[in-house]
Design a protein around this ligand. Sequence first.
Ligand SMILES: Nc1nc2c(c(=O)[nH]1)N[C@H]1C(S)=C(S)[C@@H](COP(=O)(O)O)O[C@H]1N2
Ligand SMILES: [Mo]
Length: 327
Amino acid sequence: MLIGKPSDIPSSAITPKEQYLNRRRFLRGAISGAVAAGAAAVGAERLAEVFSPRIGALAGTKLETVKSPLTTTGEELTPEEYITHYNNFYEFGVDKDQPAKNAGALPIRPWTIKVEGKVAKPLTFDIDTLLKLRPLEDRVYRHRCVEAWSMVIPWVGYSLSEFIKQCQPLASAKYVQFLSYYDKRVEKWASESTISWPYSEGLRMDEAMHPLALLTFGLYGEVLPNQDGAPVRIVVPWKYGFKSAKSIVAVRFLDKQPSTTWNDQAPNEYGFYSNVNPEVDHPRWSQKTERRVGLPFYSQRRTTLMFNGYGDQVASLYTGMNLKKNF
Ligand SMILES: Nc1nc2c(c(=O)[nH]1)N[C@H]1C(S)=C(S)[C@@H](COP(=O)(O)O)O[C@H]1N2
Ligand SMILES: [Mo]
């Protein structure tokens, strides 16, 4: 993210959608009989039984979802091959194409989220329990990276607030911090950047409780590919992408604003709030426009919207705040 201008994906890296799907179906068919039978129509509640912890890759596993009223309609979805081959996941390399190549090493089962800090009592949630907590919703959101590119992604998950309620935070909890998985033996590429791991992000409690903030388990109706933050990540659609921590293993409730990865790295470039704001330029580039990844070259450029277009829903969270100072 510290590197100036994001590079385009070479067109040779992109396969037509049909071919891509066929390859995935082929891969799906190649896994063992019992697993393949289950994978055809597996509901969230059956994941644990169908996939033993020994099977690392759940790629292609369908999730049962309901349509969400919070979906953002009217824009063309970004093709799946871009969402899964143009990633920021620095633990698996700083180049956009590296996570797709390297994140296969992420051990996504067994997986737990530890809940700590200002809570009634510390808790640990298993990923398969979390998948069953609420009906999973299909929610299409705009995704705006601070590097001035964007996508439109059909995520699968439910409001983060539903999870937070289960955590029983105390009244003294004013902020919530998310910590990503980190093991330097698995994420060998992490040492290539100066970041102090694990990746950490945070929200003010009222932001985290906003219904648009999503606890995310999948995209395009299937479990999250590893490179997109499997098995569970945060998505905060009105903020720059780096606020959405991937592959989270711990959630901490705090009475003070937590330190967060990019704010620590370069506080003059990346604020704690990081709301999408076309009026506040990054010190090294403009935030007024963005490049919509996956579209023909001539139609990529578009105007960036305040709060990424979610102002009607979220602007009231920031009433009275100077958003130029609190960027
Ligand atoms: N653990 C972790 N989470 C992360 C990052 C990262 O490097 N490590 N990158 C962030 C950034 S800068 C963006 S834009 C989004 C990218 O999500 P995507 O690859 O699914 O589009 O993830 C965010 N979450
Ligand atoms: Mo980003």
